[in-house]
Design a binder for this molecule. Sequence first.
Ligand code: SAM
Length: 238
Amino acid sequence: MKRLTYIVLFFAVTGFADESDYTAAREAMVEDVRYYAQLAHDPDAVGLSDAVMTAMGSVERHELVPASQRRYSYENRPLPIGYGQTISQPYIVALMTELIAPDADDIVLEVGTGSGYQAAVLAELVDHVYSIEIISALADRARVDLERLGYENISGKLGDGYYGWEEHAPFDAIVVTAAASHVPPPLIEQLKPGGRMVIPVGGRFLTQTLLLLEKSDTGEIVTRQFGAVRFVPLTGEH
Ligand code: SAM
C-alpha cells in the first residue's frame, strides 16, 4: 500500500511524461479505491466487485479533466472542472456504480454529466447510458471528450435532469450526481419495476445522505442509506 502511495505522490510532484505514467497512476488509483472501500467497517459496507473495479481501471480520467487538473487526475478525490462544478471522487463513483448493480443489458439514466467520467464508467458496464447536464458548456465538452474516447453507448442532452428523460424511460437504473433536497418524483416514475436509483439527498451546503431506492415489481419503493457524501447542488427551476 505504501509503495502505491509513493507512486501517486511521485507523479503528483513530478508531473506525467507519457501515457504509461497515466496507466501506472490509474492502476494505483484503483488500489487506493479498493483500500478505501475496505476501511468502511460498518456492517452495511459495500464491497466493490471486480467488474466495477475493472471499469474504474479502464476509464481515462485524465482525458476528462481540464488540462490544469491532469496531474491530479488519479488522486482519489474530487477535482474542479470549471463553472463551479466538480468531477466526483473515484471511490464515490465506484460506490454509486456498485449500488445500482449494473448489468450488461441495463439502460441507465445519469443526472449531472459534468466531465462525463461517471457516464464513462457506467458505459463500460451497461448497454446504454443517457446523461443530462444543465450547464451547456459542460454538456458540450463532455460530448466532445466522450466521442473522442470512442464511447458510442452514451447519449447526452442539455436540460434539467430533475424531470428525467421521458423518451427513453423507463430505466433499469438512475444515478443522480448532484445533491437534491428530495427525490424527484419524475425520476421515481421513470424507474422500471425492479430498478435501482442512487441519489445524494440533503441540504445544499452541508453533507448529504447517499440513498439507494429500489422499486419492487409491484412499484413499492424501499430506501436504504449509505453514509454521508458531499455533492454540488442539483440546480434548476423545480
Ligand atoms: N457525474 C459528473 C462527473 O462524473 O464528472 C460529476 C457531476 S458534478 C458533481 C454535478 C453535475 O450536475 C454538474 O455538472 C452540474 O452542472 C450538474 N447539475 C446540477 N443540477 C442539474 C440538473 N438539474 N440537471 C442536470 N444536471 C445538473
